[in-house]
Design a protein around this ligand. Structure first.
Ligand code: AMP
Length: 426
């Protein structure tokens, strides 16, 4: 079935115009499903990650409603509230509204922590059409009576899984309790674990469900590889990859993921000392520092960005050709988010994951949720065959490239605390 083009959707002229200018012809799968439902006023439960086009999926119908029913917001209120887990993501969503709504008359502001609150209070004084906020600062300003949620018509909860991981459940519940009962609510999460579905049930009214699985979207454009190696070989292999990237003709940017903030700092510093232009972004850096680092990265001035999971959320940079998982994430969903930092906006991308002996367990969990075996890359000097073989023995069917079975308790051999030491070829 050929997808309906944007032109055929009942979107107003100022929105059609921007879509033409952006060269968006065909809605992405999540947009094709969500936009018609949202235009009918339905609540929505969406299972989708970033990179699927979900931001336009919710921003376009909201902008359409604001265009069709223009109204001066009351002081300190907002007609639309978008809650996002991090300031980066809030910034990204705000930017998308500005882009998609450039020919629609509407006002918007951002509210997030880590910066002074006075400009945010001033921006809210007259009321806005769209408020994009992180939960903590929003509640601060509500408690100080600078923001009033009683007039919200559209409520969007974005990246709920991440929001809960960051401990925002209580804050989210408090915010929801302040919303008027009559509203349209949209709820997006990359995973639908039982606690997330439970939360959705308390927020949404007879929601339509849309689900976009990662394998059919961004992930399939990403060339994923795993390297089995010793922990202290990670650094030289990373250098080899970065040197190859520096010689690439396009998509030269690389994001390197580290599990800890300290690790990210240390790695960025030592890469700089070895002559690579690298910087780190993580939660301990100020908003200004993070924005500066991101800006220099986008411009290619520091083509290597070492990041932690939380800091990299919402980073949407087209020219990222390579993602390196220097450490594998201990929560498997983070893997999908990390590799989704490459292959943005239709581009191709490569994601290389380093797996040392102590990370085999994490690799298994990741392969279970992505429902595939990540092809191994062993054409480098630090490959440890014994480690690769050990992992392959867990994979039902043996070798790399075969599919592990699912739902069957996952894994055999090698689990259950059995530990061996792997000293492979060097
Ligand atoms: P998101 O998942 O909302 O972060 O969007 C991922 C990327 O896809 C962004 O760079 C968007 O600008 C781009 N994008 C979203 N929808 C479309 C579309 N229908 N056609 C082309 N690009 C799109």
């Amino acid at each position: 079935m050929t997808p309906t083009p944007f032109e055929a959707l009942p979107l107003a002229a100022p929105i059609q115009r921007v879509l033409r200018e952006l060269d968006y012809h065909t809605p992405s799968p999540i947009q094709a499903q969500a936009i018609p439902l949202l235009l009918q006023g339905r609540d929505l439960l969406g299972c989708a990650q970033t990179g699927t086009g979900k931001t336009a999926g919710f921003a376009l119908p909201i902008l359409q409603a604001l265009h069709e029913r223009p109204k001066q917001a009351r002081p300190k209120t907002c007609r639309t509230l978008v809650l996002a887990p991090t300031r980066e993501l809030a910034g990204q969503v705000g930017k998308s509204f500005n882009t998609y709504g450039q020919y629609v008359r509407f006002s918007q502001t951002l509210v997030y922590g880590g910066v002074g609150q006075v400009p945010q209070i001033n921006a809210m004084r007259r009321g806005v059409d769209v408020l994009v906020a992180t939960p903590g600062r929003l509640l601060d300003l509500i408690d100080q009576r600078h923001i009033d949620l009683s007039q919200v018509e559209f409520f969007v909860l974005d990246e709920v899984d991440r929001m809960l991981d960051m401990g925002f459940l209580r804050d989210v519940k408090r915010i929801v309790s302040m919303l008027p009962a009559k509203r349209q609510s949209l709820f997006f999460s990359a995973t639908l674990a039982p606690n997330i579905v439970e939360l959705a049930r308390t927020i949404l009214r007879e929601p339509a469900h849309v689900s976009i699985m990662p394998e059919t979207t961004t992930a399939e454009k990403i060339d994923q590889q795993v390297c089995f190696l010793a922990r202290d070989s990670k650094r030289p292999l990373l250098e080899q990859l970065l040197r190859a990237q520096a010689g690439a003709t396009h998509q030269k940017l690389t994001i390197v993921f580290s599990r800890t903030k300290h690790g990210a700092n240390k790695l960025a510093k030592s890469l700089c000392a070895s002559g690579f232009a690298a910087d780190a972004i993580h939660g301990n850096k100020s908003q200004a520092q993070r924005e500066k680092a991101l800006d220099r990265f986008k411009k290619g001035l520091t083509p290597v960005l070492v990041a932690t999971d939380v800091a990299a959320r919402g980073v949407d940079v087209k020219d990222v050709g390579l993602v390196v998982n220097y450490d594998l994430p201990n929560e498997p969903e983070a893997y999908v988010h990390r590799i989704g930092r490459t292959a943005r906006a239709g581009a191709e991308g490569r994601a290389v994951s380093f797996c040392s002996e102590e990370e085999l367990e994490f690799l298994r969990e990741i392969e279970k949720i992505i429902r595939m075996s990540i092809p191994r890359w062993d054409d480098h000097a630090w490959h440890i065959e014994a480690l690769a073989a050990h992992h392959a023995s867990w994979r039902p069917g043996g070798r790399s490239g075969s599919k592990p079975s699912h739902g069957g308790g996952g894994g055999n051999g090698g689990g259950g605390g059995q530990r061996r030491s792997f000293r492979g070829r060097r």
